[in-house]
Design a protein around this ligand. Structure first.
Ligand SMILES: [Zn+2]
Length: 331
């Protein structure tokens, strides 16, 4: 299994990924990187005279570049306006969703602010005329929390994304919980697992929904898409792991549940909720109010938190969205 590996510091330059090239076209990036000749490079010291006589050293006088793009909704890719786009002390109010600013070369944390939308990108290196489209998120979304539990960026766990797209169930596929019976497990353990299925709808605000629970006497090998097989293991160890992936899709998973009949019912159910969230693509959180915090989840019956729900909706509603924005922030 290959996880997305964040690019190193030496690649901080806004170098296009294959996906970006597919999205914007190679010519646009060549333009952005100043590779199409003097006419494509901002006037001034950094552009040189077109004959290789330019000034390119850090001691040059400050260079200015044009950075331009559009602000688009993360769910529908439609232009969002009005918005204010800011790069350092330069900002523009846009009524169209397009922006164009002339800024000094350097590293920026550009922001987008509208009535109900936000976007912050970190460490964007402007060293030439640059095209930078930004997707707008709902203002209330805790973006850092989404990056942790939705994509595994900065979380105390593995990265839950594949080439910048967060792991999730295949489009339109619902989770199917299939429990492998164990004669030594009491009925209330099954009841706790049954109740824990509510988390699919809770954390995605109804986008996912587990209608039925299925029981089998032994694990089957021919699993349907979305299958989450639950089996029992001795002791109090719970674990979730994907068993089949297709790109960034989690096709099916297994959850090992404790066979303990003495573990508190609510603790047992809440732990299963946490494991079910792993099974649909969520990683651990540092926020101790989160269902994905492995330390505080057990006794908290209010889980998932509002930040968890916002992250769940973003993960499952943002199909085909601009998730590279999140990984690029960590370049
Ligand atoms: Zn966990």
């Amino acid at each position: 299994m290959t996880f997305y590996i964040p690019k190193g510091m030496d690649e901080r330059v806004a170098k296009p990924t294959d996906r970006e090239i597919a999205k914007y076209g190679r010519r646009e990036f060549l333009y952005a990187l100043g590779a199409l000749g003097a006419s494509a490079v901002a006037a001034g010291c950094g552009g040189g005279d077109g004959n290789g006589n330019g000034c390119y050293t850090p001691t040059c006088p400050t260079q200015t570049y044009t950075v331009a793009g559009s602000i688009r909704g993360t769910y529908d890719n439609k232009m969002v306006a009005p918005v204010t786009v800011r790069f350092g002390d330069k900002s523009q109010d846009s009524n169209s969703g397009n922006y164009s600013l002339i800024v000094n070369g350097g590293v920026y944390n550009p922001t987008v602010n509208g009535g109900v939308v936000q976007r912050v990108r970190n460490n964007v290196n402007i060293e030439g005329n640059t095209r930078l489209d930004l997707d707008a998120l709902d203002k209330g979304v805790n973006v850092n929390h989404y990056r942790e539990i939705g994509m595994g960026i900065g979380s105390p766990g593995a990265l839950m994304n594949q080439n910048g797209r967060s792991y999730r169930l295949p489009d339109g596929v619902q989770p199917r919980v299939i429990v492998v019976r164990d004669a030594g497990v009491n009925a209330d353990r099954y009841a706790a697992i049954d109740q824990a299925r509510s988390v699919f709808g809770e954390i995605t605000n109804g986008i996912l929904n587990s209608v039925n629970i299925e029981y089998v006497d032994s694990a089957t090998s021919n699993l349907p898409d979305g299958a989450i097989v639950v089996d029992f293991r001795s002791g109090t160890i719970f674990l979730a792991a994907p068993t089949k992936r297709n790109g960034f899709y989690l096709v099916n998973s297994i959850v090992h549940a404790s066979d303990s009949n003495s573990l508190d019912f609510n603790v047992y159910r809440n732990t299963m909720k946490h494991e079910f969230c792993h099974a649909i693509g969520f990683d651990h959180a540092t926020n101790d109010q989160s269902i994905m915090n492995s330390g505080t989840v057990l006794a908290n019956n209010r889980m998932p938190s509002q930040d968890d729900i916002d992250a769940g909706v973003l993960k499952y509603k943002r199909l085909g969205g601009h998730e590279l924005d999140e990984t690029q922030d960590k370049d």
